[in-house]
Design a protein around this ligand. Sequence first.
Ligand code: ATR
Length: 286
Amino acid sequence: NVAAGGAIDSHTVLYGVIGDPVRHSKSPIMMNRAFRETSVNGVYAAFHIKEDQLAAFAGGVRAMGIRGVNVTIPHKVNIMKYLDEIDPAAAAIGAVNTIVNEDGKLIGYNTDGVGYVRSLKEEAMPSIAGKRVLVIGAGGAARGIVHALAAERPERIVIANRSLGKAEELAGAFANLAELEPIASGGLEEACGQADLVINTTSVGMYPNVDESPVGKGWLKEGAVASDLIYNPLATRFLREAEQLGHTVHGGLGMFIQQGAIAFEHWTGKPAPVQAMRETVLAALN
Ligand code: ATR
């Protein structure tokens, strides 16, 4: 199923991303580069879908034979009721970011958490086993990440959140998977001092609030890795300060690329051309 010279022809298979908003998404350029690089005869577009159009969209995917869909904010939870099957990890996380259409049967996956862990291991921390992890935030992103990190056998994961109740809820949901400890933000400085890996999953420090950081300068212990899911701007205040103090830092771009790479692998069965995908996204951000 390869079109001559990468042209769109009558065999071209459709893919896309849905979100509201969606026009800022870098997924189309990243995924179309991946298709070209691997000679997959596919084309990937962005669809601006409103909440009340999700059911119609799912019908459209089946009718048109769209093979793969990425799901972004705010639809990762609400799309689930229109799918035929949910992968167990996605069901546990309670959110879907990737749909695979198997001959009209729509299967939901979550590649965010595993994408995060793959990028962390490649770029900053080759093994998480036995490590003390601190996750800041307890929202949707934290949920996927805690689920994926738990499978890596850390010594423990502390979850710090502004509202303690949400941290407790998250820790309770995955208590069978790892040693999880919920704390309120008041305990953040002390928890930072004990962690081998500190991950910001909140929007604190995101553009335009680039002068904010969830973590005070110097709170991390020597040798600790600083990780932030935010990738625009490329380095947050949290990561800039950590880098100045000699810490290994890990930004959110790798997670974005790897969540896409794992989606690509679900759809095509081929290894994703990660380097080419990264190059394309970096060029678009600069
Ligand atoms: P996402 O899907 O990006 O995780 P979310 O589910 O809305 O988004 O979760 C946002 C997380 O960032 C929450 O943990 C939130 O804390 P609360 O549960 O207390 O609301 C956290 N967060 C957002 N803005 C914050 C801020 N200014 N200070 C501290 N935490 C913040």
